[in-house]
Design a protein around this ligand. Structure first.
Ligand SMILES: [Zn+2]
Length: 299
């Protein structure tokens, strides 16, 4: 049972929007594509364990002392906890003299080091709350296009050809759970932090991001507006004006969480709708208006 579903990472949501509303550099585009792949790999793994009869918590950001650590998947079994880090790396890599490298020799961040750090932080955090479950940590490489050369097999590393047997093993683990296990899961979820201050995003501001309603399907700005519908000139996709406006208001709020939503702002943001009346009607219907008519804003 998924006690906590995996959200689309907030960083990925922003990068996806910025990809068509801002000019991303090559490096930023690579960041987006790596994030997309990583997220796809996590979802793929989720599918395999969805029917486990135990508690699964996806995507946790926890803090111990001053350190934040992130957990892709945490599974609570009867007598142990599994901490799983999913890596959707592609290509040939090797562990050589304790270094993690591509086959061409360029050194990469060591995922094992990261996993062990996370393992230790989690153990200390649980001890603080007087839970003494043994924790096993695994690094799962689930991209079939991945190979790792290492001097000897490491039981903590699950390679693409080992994923199936690893999953089978998970389904055979003792999963009879009691209240204590549920309380532990609730505790971890309550400690989850939603904002990661260390995430680096491309710099952007309101003046420079591209304004206009985009097509919900292909994100083109080339749309035409009729009385009730927005139609994309590129892919032909149609959407009700209200739905399109709300979707674009949501994008604005994701990029600028503190911005004050007013009729004029949304009029400017949507660009192609030539009636402030229509904007006001949509905002009134879907948000709570605050303040008097002239200076009102919406929440
Ligand atoms: Zn389109």
């Amino acid at each position: 049972m998924f006690k906590k579903e995996r959200p689309i990472p907030p960083e990925l949501v922003k990068l996806r929007i910025l990809n068509y509303r801002a000019k991303l550099t090559k490096k930023e585009k690579l960041q987006l594509s790596n994030k997309e792949k990583g997220y796809a790999g996590e979802l793929e793994f989720d599918c395999l364990i969805r029917d486990l009869d135990t508690l699964v918590i996806n995507e946790l950001l926890l803090e111990f002392g001053e350190t934040l650590f992130q957990i892709d998947t945490l599974i609570i079994f009867y007598g142990r906890i599994y901490l799983i880090d999913i890596k959707y790396y592609e290509g040939e890599y090797c562990y050589e003299d304790g270094l993690f490298k591509t086959i061409a020799g360029s050194e990469k961040k060591d995922p094992m080091l990261q996993l062990n750090r996370c393992h230790s932080e989690l153990r200390q955090l649980l001890q603080k709350y007087r839970y003494n479950y043994p924790i096993d940590a695994f690094l799962v490489f689930n991209n079939p296009q991945f190979t790792l050369f290492q001097p000897s097999p490491n039981p903590q590393i699950i390679l693409p050809t080992q994923v199936n047997s690893f999953i089978k093993k998970l389904y055979k683990m003792p999963s009879k759970l009691s209240d204590v296990h549920h309380k532990l899961a609730d505790l971890l979820i309550s400690l989850h932090k939603t904002e990661n201050p260390y995430v680096r995003l491309p710099k952007y501001d309101y003046d420079t991001v591209e304004k206009g309603i985009t097509c919900g399907s292909c994100h083109s700005f080339d749309v035409s507006v009729s009385r009730t519908k927005i139609a994309c000139k590129d892919c032909g996709c149609e959407e009700l004006v209200e739905v399109a406006v709300l979707r674009n208001v949501e994008e604005l709020r994701i990029l600028f969480p503190d911005i004050r939503i007013t009729t004029n702002l949304i009029f400017e943001w949507c660009k192609v709708i030539d009636s402030t009346k229509m904007i006001r009607r949509i905002l009134k219907k879907n948000f709570k208006a605050i303040g008097n008519t002239k200076n009102s804003y919406y929440e």
